[in-house]
Design a protein around this ligand. Sequence first.
Ligand code: ZN
Length: 371
Amino acid sequence: MNTQTAFFHDEKCLWHSTAGGFALIAPVGGWVQPPAGAGLAESPESKRRMVSLMQVSGLAGKVDFRSAPMATEEDLLRIHPQSYLERFKALSDAGGGELGDFAPFGPGSYEIAKLSAGMALHAVDSVLAGRNRNAYAMSRPPGHHCLAEMAMGFCLLANIPIAIEAARQRQGVQRVAVLDWDVHHGNGTQSIFYGRNDVLTISMHQEGCFPPGYSGADDRGAGEGLGFNINVPLLPGGGHDAYAYAMERIVIPAIDRFRPELIIVASGFDANGVDPLARMLLHSDSYRMLTQQAMAMADRHCEGKLVVVHEGGYAEAAVPFCGHAVVETLAAESLGVEDPFLELFQAWQPNPRFAAFQRGLIDEMVSLHGL
Ligand code: ZN
């Protein structure tokens, strides 16, 4: 086993239900796994298939593959108010429901969400303690839309903020950069750290997608946090070049200027070319590039300390190849898995006039951030 990369995974995270209900005639929850195909776009399938591909290719055997304990109540309370946690637990115990905006859950999801946050927390812990150079947390439910006091967009607990504040408490880490390349805006992470200058939050997202209509280019933080929040809204239909140019012109210079002690990526695979919940055109080589760039920044600033936390990604067939590319890159392994979508998605890239227009919009954002 190669200990460069830890991969945190727990089947229990895949038993979180966005539908509740019954499996055959038994109520879902406890020992009863939710039925296949139940619930919303946010289903276990894309994650399960990513892990399956890692097992079939042999990649799972090349990483430090393990589970982690749940985040504790104390961990959660650094981010979420007691009242929110109490309402969440009560509803979860009663069979599930809805606590916010588009984030339904089933029985037992409170404990599963704590486990999901625990994956991110222990991934960070493992990297900061030097047990692994980098880590991937297969967290589910995801976290980047969750506000301190409200669930949102399939996200029930703020996994990354919980992990950051735990690391601050336990390991005294100061400056953390969060790079969110999920195709949707990382609004929860942004809102939790909006007034803070010790966490740099950067979100690259499809303009106007989710939260619906949101762009965010001018939202740069407030008070002491002014200048420590950066949004890079990208036009629908953008692909590899748009992300590469945004990294080159904005994300990399901003993170280099911030000099983080740890980099965390909120990694959604929903910017791939066939995702049902977005309209971007990335492919597995794009995710490979983004991961290489994140690793290079981590090498420059923090001895390679990089944690990647799973967020969205809903195209069951395509997500595994994007995720496999990320984990392979983190672990510096090459298993020879051919991505059957790669050539097609590469052929779909926007024409040069579109790319030039998108580059111009990114150039306009550069001066806003003094880069
Ligand atoms: Zn997303």
